[in-house]
Design a binder for this molecule. Structure first.
Ligand SMILES: [Zn+2]
Length: 371
């Protein structure tokens, strides 16, 4: 098995919750342990299979006499429904959050071109067999492809060095245009990774948040609400407090926060500064090795009716993002996920599709328009 985890050295403010709800977990100081982030379900997600539906005409058969063309036109076949056929969205796309390994840097641009992804907000991701992408590597990669890659400040900790020093170093470098997801609640992944909780008031998060506030960057938070168990209510209360405390700061729940459409609607309608990145919310993530409870926004290959309605009503709050993480994510899996989303948002009104595909990201991260 490849080494696929990022080692996160954590500071005293990080709490490991070891499955007990006793004593209502709070920001209790803990000794500095080592934690691991395990792979998302994409490691077990089915890889899109090649399109084998196209058949080639056989050349081994003798030519068959062709009938004389009839002057009458072919009959019009009416589809079972009167609805017009849904075409995939073919406009620009910004991937608002993905991660890279050294192995991927040579192929990300080509894959983006294949998928029609205009820009990617990219952060160094996990440690891979070839090591890590350093902040310098990422800035250099971005500079080689002007306008395509927006480097995002890494907020994970580990082989990169001291968390606070690394943050400060990146914030002092030219070229970053975003901050990567901050892990607030990350569920246990089998024996690969313990639970991770960093409470919003903890120094780790406050430091990152203050940097994001200073740059007017959206603050992306990873909270697996469905998996959070006991701390779920406390985390939701603290998230809401943040939304009130910083009314002009966009907060973005990545992976839809593992929330259902009713909970997402409630947040959107109560707070003007909460947004959602759609990563990990397709059927490919529904079944996975760790029983992660990712949100599934789909009914087959289409958005489910509830999600479609919510997105249409609040099209300014949803942002496409694919969160490719592992070496193998950047390949057919990526192309399949982008294709699925193009089909899904093709069924939305054009203005809505463009909003979630790129305009919301352009507005929030201060990017030039893609069109
Ligand atoms: Zn995440």
């Amino acid at each position: 098995m490849k080494q696929r985890w990022i080692v996160l050295a954590v500071t005293a403010s990080l709490v490991l919750v070891l499955g007990s709800c006793a004593g209502a977990p709070g920001p209790t100081p803990a000794p500095a342990p080592t934690t691991l982030e395990a792979p998302p379900s994409s490691s077990t997600a089915p890889t899109p299979t090649p399109d084998t539906t196209h058949t080639h005409p056989s050349t081994s058969q003798p030519p068959v006499p062709q009938p004389t063309p009839s002057p009458t036109p072919p009959p019009i076949i009416h589809p079972p429904s009167s609805a017009p056929p849904v075409l995939p969205y073919d406009g620009p796309i910004i991937d608002a959050h993905s991660q890279c390994c050294p192995e991927n840097l040579g192929r990300i641009i080509q894959l983006m071109n294949q998928a029609g992804v205009t820009r990617t907000i990219l952060s160094p991701g996990v440690t891979s067999p070839r090591g890590i992408v350093t902040p310098e590597d990422l800035i250099s990669f971005s500079s080689s492809h002007p306008g395509r890659i927006i480097p995002a400040v890494l907020t994970k900790i580990g082989p990169y060095g001291n968390y606070y020093q690394l943050l400060e170093k990146q914030m002092n470098m030219d070229g970053f245009g975003a901050m990567a997801e901050f892990l607030v609640y990350h569920s246990r992944k089998g024996d690969r990774a313990p639970e991770i909780i960093v409470y919003p008031e903890d120094r780790q998060m406050q430091t990152a948040l203050n940097y994001a506030l200073g740059k007017k960057w959206p603050f992306i938070i990873h909270i697996e609400f469905a998996a959070a168990g006991c701390p779920r209510n406390e985390l939701m209360t603290k998230l809401k407090a943040l939304l009130v405390q910083y009314p002009d700061q966009p907060f973005v729940l990545i992976h839809m926060g593992q929330l259902d459409h009713a909970a997402v609607r409630q947040l959107i309608e109560a707070y003007g500064n909460i947004y959602f990145i759609t990563s990990s919310s397709t059927p490919a993530y529904a079944v996975n090795a760790f029983n992660d409870r990712w949100t599934n926004m789909f009914d087959g290959s289409h958005l489910s009716a509830d999600w479609k309605q919510l997105i249409i009503e609040h099209s300014d709050r949803f942002i496409l993002g694919f969160d490719m993480v592992w070496v193998e994510d950047w390949g057919p899996f990526y192309l399949g996920q982008v294709r699925l989303w193009r089909e899904a948002i093709g069924g939305l009104p054009s203005e809505v599709a463009h909003a979630i595909a790129h305009r919301n990201a352009e507005r929030l991260w201060h990017l030039p328009p893609s069109e």
